[in-house]
Design a protein around this ligand. Structure first.
Ligand SMILES: [Zn+2]
Length: 93
């Protein structure tokens, strides 16, 4: 019981404004598809599709791609289509 209290005390460190691991300042990513109106998401375009998967072939999350919810859905569908026609791998190793 007393140990628990001590741990809580230790966690209440006063971090500097510039370095707080819990609230790190993040630059808000802008959706690439929203910002560029000429951007045409094409599931047959390998160079475009590979930006949205990691080296294991998994679809990157929104926090990484920076895409809005609407376009992340489009990206997901496009990646899945690309996998189906063997442009992208389902998995690697
Ligand atoms: Zn968007």
């Amino acid at each position: 019981m007393s140990d628990k209290k001590n741990n809580k005390k230790n966690n209440n460190k006063n971090y500097d404004e510039d370095y707080n691991p819990r609230f790190r300042k993040q630059r808000k990513k802008v959706c690439a598809l929203c910002s560029d109106k000429n951007f045409n998401l094409d599931y047959k375009n390998y160079d475009q599709m590979k930006k949205f998967v990691n080296d294991k072939g998994k679809i990157l999350p929104r926090r990484t791609t920076g895409a809005c919810a609407k376009h992340q859905r489009d990206i997901t569908i496009a990646v899945k289509r690309a996998r189906h026609i063997a442009i992208l791998p389902y998995t690697q190793n």
